[in-house]
Design a protein around this ligand. Sequence first.
Ligand SMILES: Cc1cc2nc3c(=O)[nH]c(=O)nc-3n(C[C@H](O)[C@H](O)[C@H](O)COP(=O)(O)OP(=O)(O)OC[C@H]3O[C@@H](n4cnc5c(N)ncnc54)[C@H](O)[C@@H]3O)c2cc1C
Length: 381
Amino acid sequence: MKDELSKQIISTVRQFVNQDVAPVVNELEDKDIYPKELADKMAELGLFGINIPEEYGGLGLPFKTLSDIFIELSKGWMSLAGILGTHTILSYLILNHGTEQQRKKYLPGLANGLYRGGLGLTESHSGSDVQNIRTVAKKNDEGYEINGSKMFITNGSNGNLFVIVSKTNLNATPKYKGISCFIVEKTDEGFSVGQKLNKLGYRGVDTCELLLQDCEIPLNRLLGTEEGKGFTQVMDGLETGRINVAARSVGVAKVALDMSIKYTKNRETFGKKIKDHQMIQSMIASMATKIEAANLLVSNAAKLKDRGERVDLESGMAKLYASEICQEVCMDAMRIHGGYGYVKDLPIERFYRDAPLMIIGEGTNEIMKLLIAKRIYEKYI
Ligand SMILES: Cc1cc2nc3c(=O)[nH]c(=O)nc-3n(C[C@H](O)[C@H](O)[C@H](O)COP(=O)(O)OP(=O)(O)OC[C@H]3O[C@@H](n4cnc5c(N)ncnc54)[C@H](O)[C@@H]3O)c2cc1C
């Protein structure tokens, strides 16, 4: 049943990319315009509820399907997968760490796209160093008062629901035990959206600063029931986020390879198609092999997650490898296209500009290596 639905939805997404995304992507990307109509269409298709169970109005699809959907969307425009990526982390956090009251209140709206949101973790002075965040939530009789700011938040201005990671105990040792997550609505008093950032790639989707000034929220917006669980909750969410970032990398790399293959079959130099030059064949072979390996890593992490296993190691490896090869493949695609790869008439230069985000986002690749090494030593000592 789920297999059939998964096949159907992947084919629908492919169609959406060809019919709706392809004709408009260049202009929206170039002008950095938020793709409202495309986002609304994704909501209509049910994509905002990919990972939300049917009982809460979602499609309840496995992570393997989620990653395949992210690959297909990224072949069309990685930014669209970005809009959904952070939204699926938010949904995951509420589903797996929220109370039943929070699930009932938010998941149906997240599934149909009424709520669109993201994760507010990073701050201007602390990205990788999560435990050093300075946003503070103080408890009083009626609720919590949050003060601080968040940086680089995807869906920051178009989203209306966020998980905001804050300190609830400044003296906790280790520090992570003083971190809690809160569900914050855009309409909450004291919440506002700051500057929208102008980016190299990943354009269209909004990346903003969020400001929380004496932001008052009720007690029942603490994610779950206990303070001090926020670090573990958010790391669990990022595990799934890394699968989606890895899948996005595979999608961008795949489309760069597809275009390169087509181009080599047509372009002629020195009296023959460039596909008949061995150095071009060598590049195509390396690109295809790297993509195959990255795809297998993504698929493995997603399948293990579907079996309910801990996948920080596997999703970290998938994110690290897929994002690095994505950057390499996009550069090779540019080499293969020669001067035409460098100009905006073709999307190759967009792929090249989009690729680095996957290296930086959802934990940089240096942090991925630290995490992988830690887990490897735990496993083998
Ligand atoms: C377009 C975009 C969208 C984003 N969306 C979101 C979002 O929706 N929500 C959110 O919360 N965040 C978001 N981020 C933030 C992103 O997760 C951070 O930028 C990232 O985690 C890195 O943090 P930083 O920029 O502060 O770099 P830093 O942590 O300052 O790192 C700087 C450099 O030092 C390296 N480094 C740091 N610590 C170590 C170490 N211990 N060992 C070795 N090297 C180290 C890093 O790898 C990096 O190379 C987004 C970022 C971008 C660019």
